[in-house]
Design a protein around this ligand. Structure first.
Ligand SMILES: [Zn+2]
Ligand SMILES: [Zn+2]
Length: 314
């Protein structure tokens, strides 16, 4: 009994409630009685007298063996829960790594797409530049043709006037007045046609300012657009707003909760468990009531071990 007594100095805790061990432990208060009950308030093993007469009077107690069996069940559930949660975390890592790989591939394909689009844009701009230059060339050639025709016309008039000048000068050299008058009257109409000074041609210079102005505006519009930071522009883009992609924070993870903890918590409240406790209470009440009836609280108290066990999961 010496050895058993020494062991009984440290009873309590959930580990003391094994079926074989329970018989070996003695009550620290009533050293001749085995610590076969578990005080749920003090969290230690006590003897059958303790909840009736001793320091644990009125405390909710349970059979150590049944308590241990129940605790074993909770431990197994806890281990299973931990394993499930571990698997969830492993699954999370797989999901995130998979998402990272997909993201990298998506980023690469998006950049390739951008390369194509910008190449397309450059080709469009090159084509536009070529068309604008062609437009200038075509208009210049048209105007030059008109200028050449005018120069040709001027030369013809010079020739006509040169020929007339020669003839008129010839008439002026006529010594015979009758001959001179005859020659003059024959040329008079032609000479009168040149009485007034001819028109002076001032070619209106062809202006390419409109086309320059158009492309200046286009460049300024693009510069103005590009001055705004890209992320701001994307937010302003209606399509982006509709798809909601721009409002998503970088690296956001969508979290769903399967809440297995909740289902375990509900298990603690299952009628089966409650029936078991009620059965034990009836047994104790029936067995010990002849000595001293347990306090009413003892009967009403429901087991709440599961709260302590799983509170860390919440
Ligand atoms: Zn005792
Ligand atoms: Zn107690």
């Amino acid at each position: 009994m010496e050895g058993a007594g020494a062991r009984s100095t440290t009873p309590g805790g959930l580990g003391c409630a094994g079926p074989e061990e329970a018989r070996g432990w003695l009550c620290p208060e009533h050293s001749d009685r085995p610590a076969e009950l578990f005080c749920r308030r003090c969290r230690r093993c006590v003897c059958a007298l303790c909840p009736v007469l001793g320091a644990h009077r009125g405390h909710p107690v349970g059979l150590a063996q049944e308590e241990a069996a129940h605790v074993q069940k909770l431990i197994q559930e806890c281990l299973q829960q931990l394993e499930t949660k571990k698997q969830h975390q492993v699954g999370n890592i797989t999901q995130i790594e998979d998402a990272a790989e997909k993201l990298k591939a998506h980023a690469e394909s998006s950049k390739t797409w951008l390369t194509d689009k910008f190449t397309e844009l450059r080709l469009l701009l090159d084509e536009e530049e070529m068309l604008a230059k062609k437009f200038i060339d075509k208009n210049m050639q048209g105007a030059l043709q008109v200028y050449r025709e005018q120069v040709e016309s001027c030369r013809k008039q010079i020739d006509v006037m040169g020929s007339l000048s020669s003839r008129v000068w010839g008439i002026s050299q006529e010594p015979n007045p009758v001959q001179l008058l005859q020659a003059y009257t024959a040329t008079e109409q032609e000479m009168k046609q040149h009485a007034s000074l001819g028109e002076l041609s001032h070619p209106v210079p062809l202006s390419f300012e409109p086309i320059k102005s158009f492309f200046k505006g286009l460049v300024e519009a693009m510069q103005s657009t590009f001055q705004t930071p890209l992320d701001v522009r994307l937010k302003e883009n209606i399509n982006c707003q509709l798809s909601g992609s721009s409002s998503t924070t970088l690296g956001t993870l969508l979290k769903t909760s399967p809440s297995p903890e909740r289902s375990l918590f509900l298990k603690c409240k299952t009628p089966g468990v409650e029936r078991r406790w009620r059965g034990w209470e009836g047994q104790v009440q029936g067995g010990k009531s002849n000595e001293s009836p347990p306090p009413p609280r003892f009967l009403l108290k429901r087991p709440n071990l599961c709260f302590g066990f799983f509170k860390n999961f919440y």
